[in-house]
Design a protein around this ligand. Sequence first.
Ligand SMILES: N[C@@H](CCC(=O)NCCCC(=O)O)C(=O)O
Length: 252
Amino acid sequence: MSKPLVLVTADVKSIDGFNWHATISTYLQAVLKGADAIPMILPALGADLDIDAALDNVDGVLVTGSRSNVNPQLYGQEPTEANGPYDPDRDATTLPLIKRAVERGVPVFAICRGMQEMNVAFGGTLLTEVQEIAGRKDHRPPTSDSQDERFRIAHTVEIHSGGPLETVLGEEPFEVNSLHRQAVGELGKGLVIEAKAEDGTIEAMTIKDAPGYVMATQWHPEYWVMTDGPSKKLFSAFGDAVRTYRQKRLAL
Ligand SMILES: N[C@@H](CCC(=O)NCCCC(=O)O)C(=O)O
């Protein structure tokens, strides 16, 4: 069978006076090598993009992380300069993309900002500056020029029993990296917690009764996908889901 195609979401970056639609190559490499699929960057063209037409031709969606934050207006709060940077074109693309992909049963894997977007897309809220909330730990990366250092293993995650994450990774707690200052607050409609950090931060989610595979992690399995067991298993499970979806899609 030919290789499955996976849409990878893009950030909008201003470079040399132009808007570029880009993502970090570790996400693309993880789709290519960890899921054995072809990554295709979906530009953040918002309402100009026909999301259903894009989804008609693919087998999965990877919603990437990003330093920008989801605009709080999208979950009923006020934007502030301190809470930024924002990326309105990305928000206008990823929120409808996630919603439609989940509704249609297209496999979705959402990472970090991607998981936060999934929660907002289904009506949930986000907490901001988690490190300032009583009882919470600092989930931000260290300041370093070394990405290996920034994506270092940072804390333990405990898996909720009986869910799809336990099916993929087993029941034992495991270690993850951590590069965020926001976190899931009130859960969106249908969202189910799959894992938490020791300080109660929601670390993984799926969606109850979704017609297709859905997984979201607050940590970054793409970064260590070639060397870390749980990261490998997560991308391999996503790859299996997109291959199964492709078989069905091409048989129609
Ligand atoms: N901005 C949000 C989402 C965090 C996220 O996706 N982080 C990826 C950052 C990658 C990097 O810093 O290189 C938040 O802060 O919670």
